[in-house]
Design a protein around this ligand. Structure first.
Ligand code: SIN
Length: 292
């Protein structure tokens, strides 16, 4: 078999086909892995497979990371696959069967609030709405490379604090407490450089994490807010750097979390179910320049 890599023609994304996701060789894997490094997001389309195959495919890229829900509450969504999260609006007896519901998810990189944010994530679609719920990806290498020079010079030595007490929908995580002051500088979180060097490609990428409760380390709060607003306005204005995944049942998408951000469109959750399973691959500590 020969793995075929077909670019989307957009700023990121490629289809990888011509191989069996349940049974492939090391040589085939090398092509798939290189496609991820070259195109930042890869899609496997038209193959039917289960969670065990999804997990085994993920493990070719590295060790499994636990999803935020499990990491913070200890309760997995899928007991047979505790590292997997269920991303869905499905409810049973009034209880959510997974995370993210049907609302829009704003631009973010996954789990940037841990010391070693994931290398990548893999999302597998079981049920999709006929309209809405698309996932968009943004090429953060190019966001940095094409940034106004003065802005790049400003951010070069800086770090962002990525707070860890809230989940992406703004709710407080299990067992976490807001500081009484409500000041982002006092919230739990980790600091990461704003520009990170990709450990495998050696290319530099912009690394923002999430907008909510971010803080530029060492700055006055107002100065930090102003700089973050400027950076986020810049990326949000660069739709030319994006690629949109319009989901089909059985699609598996993997994104390189070290050089992309993603967001998701809302959809009509009263009429439609969207059901996805996601695995996450452990990453390493972001660095800029020479590895530490
Ligand atoms: C995610 O943000 O990890 C999920 C994106 C999606 O539901 O499409």
């Amino acid at each position: 078999m020969t793995v075929i890599v077909t670019s989307t023609g957009a700023a990121c994304g490629a289809d990888v086909s011509g191989f069996d996701i349940a049974d492939f060789s090391d040589r085939e894997f090398a092509v798939i892995k290189q496609a991820l490094l070259d195109y930042l997001v890869i899609r496997v389309r038209g193959q039917k497979f289960d969670d065990a195959v999804h997990r085994a495919f993920t493990q070719r890229f590295g060790k499994l990371e636990y999803s935020p829900t499990t990491k913070f509450s200890g309760k997995p969504w899928l007991p047979d696959f505790p590292e997997m999260s269920q991303i869905t609006n499905k409810m049973i007896d009034g209880k959510p069967m997974g995370t993210l519901g049907d609302r829009e998810a704003f631009w973010h990189t996954d789990m940037s609030y841990i010391e070693e944010p994931p290398l990548g994530s893999l999302l597998h679609a079981f049920e999709v709405p006929p309209k809405g719920g698309d996932t968009e990806f943004l090429n953060m290498y190019r966001a940095l490379e094409e940034m106004p020079a003065a802005l790049r010079t400003t951010i070069e030595p800086l770090q962002i604090k990525h707070e860890s007490i809230h989940s992406s929908d703004g709710s407080l995580r299990n067992g976490k407490k807001e500081p009484e002051s409500g000041d982002v500088r006092e919230m739990e979180g980790v600091n990461h450089c704003i520009i990170r060097t990709h450990p495998e490609t050696g290319r530099d990428a912009l690394f923002l994490g999430r907008r909510n409760n971010a803080y530029v380390v060492g700055m006055a709060l107002s100065e930090s807010e102003a700089l973050l607003d400027k950076l986020w306005a810049y990326v949000a204005g660069r739709r030319d750097l994006t690629w949109r995944q319009v989901w089909e049942v059985d699609d598996l998408i993997m994104w390189d979390n070290r050089c992309t951000m993603h967001r998701r469109d809302a959809f009509d959750g009263d009429r439609y179910i969207r059901m996805m399973h996601r695995t996450v691959v452990k990453g390493d500590r972001p660095f800029y320049g020479a590895a530490i």
